[in-house]
Design a protein around this ligand. Structure first.
Ligand code: FES
Length: 161
């Protein structure tokens, strides 16, 4: 997944489509995250100016929602379910393994991966469940996790070849 560089024109067009209404901030932020995978600091200042809000107002909304990351994510977003059914089936151990394998803590990123906790992926019957780039995988043990990561690494290598 290639993340494009931030383009302020995209945000201005989004704001204009919402008639510069401050109450549309959350929807506009979703649009920015959909396009760029995160909310750059420049976008926070821009939104404050264009929606006639303070930077603190915009920042408050951005920091309230987990989906509005302010750091550039890795090429792949890995979400590990931390909810009850998955915990009962070993998600804590899987999370430890994922953190160790990727050398990342939850909410951290490197160039390839971002590791995030999530609370139920609606796949409880196949716990423990994870999601990579929007695709849900069930019954994920350490071996399956490693295999999935290798697959995504290989896909990246194939795209760069
Ligand atoms: S508790 Fe993990 S998918 Fe529902």
């Amino acid at each position: 997944m290639q993340v494009p560089d931030y383009d302020p024109t995209f945000t201005s067009e989004l704001v204009a489509r919402c008639d510069n209404r401050p109450e549309m901030l959350v929807q506009i932020l979703h649009g920015i995250v959909h396009k760029f995978s995160f909310v750059p600091k420049a976008a926070i200042t821009q939104l404050a100016n264009e929606l006639n809000l303070s930077r603190a107002d915009v920042h408050g909304v951005v920091s309230y929602y987990d989906d509005f990351r302010t750091e550039r994510p890795g090429r792949h977003i890995v979400k590990l379910c931390q909810a009850e059914a998955c915990q009962a089936m070993g998600s804590r151990e899987l999370t430890r393994h994922a953190k160790q394998t990727l050398d990342l803590d939850l909410h951290e990123s490197n160039a390839s991966f971002t590791l995030l906790p999530v609370f139920c992926l609606g796949n409880c019957a196949c716990s423990p469940a994870i999601m990579i780039d929007g695709h849900t995988y069930g019954n994920v043990n350490k071996e399956r996790f490693d295999k999935l990561l290798r697959q995504f690494d290989l896909d990246d290598a194939g795209q760069q070849a």
